[in-house]
Ligand binder design. Structure first.
Ligand code: BGC
Length: 254
């Protein structure tokens, strides 16, 4: 079987750092996924060391695409909601490249997952305004107009019932605080709020917790169509790899 163009995709999250080699033409994994816990505290040096272990596990010498859970403007981290505060101000691709010595790119983790969903998944072919949300330790978002990404939308941090929304609707909130019914109702309120602000044509729920879509769906009463992402947990890795491929251009892998 002929091998497509491979890029190592890595998704850095609040609880896990996951990687896989991705066939960026097909949008599929070319290897199994490998996961290590995000070190706690998740300081820059500790995370970079774990990232290096993931790269070494694959014995990879080609391009790397990293999804990272922060606002990233001109490659600099501008927030740190579910990771150590020391990340703020770090020049991300330079910092990671100094540890792994490979060509790499860094993109917000939800923007990465959204790119994968629009290219290879549920969002493919959808014009108009599409909102993609990841349900994980935090809530990430990616906003698209006619398939084009508007980065760093951060809808998980909208002020909602006196707090940032992710405090009510993340997977963490469901696990630690709320019953299925409470959580489902918060989701409906939150999505209605989002609907009022941006009038999306489609909302896609993805990320690790998107399997929880079945829990949320019975409580939804908004007008906008809401669907679960087909790519589920793999979108963050695939999208990070795709972004590296699009940004760095095709390069030889191992
Ligand atoms: C962060 C986002 C990130 C999301 C998912 C939020 O707390 O602010 O940048 O995309 O979590 O990891």
């Amino acid at each position: 079987m002929e091998e497509g163009t491979l890029v190592l995709g890595i998704d850095i999250g609040g609880t896990g750092i996951k990687g896989a080699l991705v066939d960026v033409e097909k949008g599929t994994f070319a290897t199994e996924r490998f996961r290590l816990d995000t070190p706690q505290p998740s300081t820059p040096d500790a995370v970079a060391e774990t990232l290096k272990k993931v790269v070494d596990y694959f014995e990879w010498k080609g391009p790397v695409g990293i999804g990272f859970p922060a606002i990233i403007r001109h490659d600099v981290a501008h927030s740190a909601a579910n990771i150590h505060k020391d990340w703020k101000g770090v020049h991300l691709s330079e910092f990671f490249a100094n540890h792994v010595h490979l060509p790499l790119t860094v993109i917000n983790d939800a923007d990465a997952a959204g790119l994968a969903a629009m290219e290879f998944g549920t969002g493919n072919g959808h014009d108009g305004v599409v909102v993609f949300l990841t349900i994980g330790t935090g809530i990430g978002s990616a906003l698209f107009l006619n398939g084009k990404l508007l980065p760093n939308s951060e809808f998980g941090h909208l002020l909602f019932k006196g707090k940032i929304a992710e405090k009510y609707i993340s997977k963490k909130a469901r696990k630690e605080k709320y019953s299925e019914e409470e959580w489902g109702k918060y989701w409906n309120l939150y999505l209605e709020y989002l609907e009022r602000i941006i009038s999306p044509d489609l909302i896609i729920l993805g990320g690790g917790g998107s399997k929880k879509f079945e829990e949320i769906e019975p409580y939804l009463s908004l007008e906008t169509k809401v669907v679960a992402s087909q790519l589920l947990n793999s979108a963050g890795i695939i999208g990070a790899a795709l972004y590296a491929h699009q940004t760095l251009g095709p390069k030889e892998g191992k």
